[in-house]
Design a protein around this ligand. Structure first.
Ligand code: RIB
Length: 333
């Protein structure tokens, strides 16, 4: 069982925040307290080398950010929000792309631990709870972005994706559609599952409205295009009259497929709504309706929380949940 900050604090008779200050900002602590805490660190063997290195070099000036898909503008907008907020405190962001792969996610978390980063922000793909606890034991706080934390011992900043799914389907029903297809996946991604949950709940409240679920292997334009081609090649009676895409990249792919060959027209034949409201959505050949996420604000808020927790590890975790916003454009009008 590794020695924690808490054990050192108890041994030295100080608060956890004081131990954190001794490791990160010894100039803010009296010499006698530094000496007492350092003695406790030495006696307990609290990750002595890392603590000593931090005493010498001071805390890392970098924050590690792991996102699911660097090709998705939602995450680069989120990263920009995090970067702008971090820069206000003289910190930088090291960006890692898990590419929706658990092994790659682990590689980045190990790298950030070795680098003793100031803290970690992550939009998780796999179950990383144990790893985040391990980081915390080494004095590295972690905040989940774009996901609530199943383990409420970690703070998170996200959007209510269940509400977002409901908002999208409610809008499609309001425009008179009643054969709706949800396109996106894998459902193992919590954000996708939550949006689908919201869609299902809304359809259940509307007798006569049906929901078909088309799971994709990834949240990409290519996967959206393949789903769109399959829909286009059905007979008119078999096609949905609306598509709710799990994110804007899927929606762009579906739009490309439906518009090919000039046979089908969005929204006349099939309405289409996406999720994230990335810049490409409004710039699409048929401007796309979408569910907007405050991506830059998610990133900036997560950095704020992380810096507060880095300064005081005793702070209680917080789950910040923003509300999604419906943006109506031509693709559903
Ligand atoms: O990558 C997963 C999806 O969830 C992104 O498109 C964004 O919507 C995030 O919330």
């Amino acid at each position: 069982m590794s020695v924690s900050v808490k054990d050192v604090a108890a041994r030295a008779g100080v608060s956890i925040g004081t131990v954190s200050n001794v490791m990160n900002r010894p100039d803010k602590v009296s010499a006698s307290t530094v000496e007492r805490v350092q003695r406790a660190i030495d006696e307990l063997g609290f990750v002595r080398n890392d603590a000593a290195r931090q005493l010498r070099a001071g805390r890392s000036m970098a924050i590690g950010l792991v996102i699911l898909d660097v090709g998705n503008p939602f995450f680069t907008d989120l990263a920009r929000g995090a970067e702008d907020k971090a820069a206000e405190s003289g910190l930088s962001i090291i960006l890692g792309n898990s590419d929706e792969r658990a092994a790659r996610e682990t590689t980045y978390l190990e790298l950030f631990e070795q680098q003793r980063v100031h803290g970690v922000l992550i939009s998780p793909f796999g179950d990383i709870t144990d790893r985040l606890h391990r980081l915390r034991d080494r004095g590295i706080p972690a905040v989940l972005v774009d996901r609530t934390s199943a383990d409420v011992s970690f703070s998170s900043v996200s959007v209510d994706d269940v509400a977002g799914g409901s908002l999208a389907v409610e809008h499609l029903i309001d425009t008179g559609r009643h054969r709706i297809a949800f396109v996106g996946g894998p459902h193992a991604i919590r954000q996708v599952a939550d949006r689908l949950e919201g869609a299902r709940a809304t359809v259940a409240r509307h007798p006569g409205v049906t929901l078909e679920v088309i799971e994709t292997a990834a949240l990409s334009v290519i996967e959206g295009r393949a789903a769109g081609v399959a829909i286009r090649e059905r007979s008119a009676a078999e096609r949905p009259d609306a598509v709710f895409a799990a994110n804007d990249l899927i929606a762009m792919g579906v739009l490309q497929a439906l518009n090919m060959q000039g046979v089908l027209h969005v929204p006349h034949d099939i309405a289409l709504i996406g999720y994230d409201d990335i810049d490409f959505a409004s710039a699409a050949v048929v401007p796309m309706s979408s569910i907007r996420q405050p991506s830059a604000m998610i990133g900036g808020t997560a950095v704020e929380i992380l810096l507060e927790e880095a300064a005081d590890p005793t702070l209680a975790p917080r789950q910040i949940v923003f509300q999604p916003e419906l943006v109506i454009r031509e693709s559903t009008s």
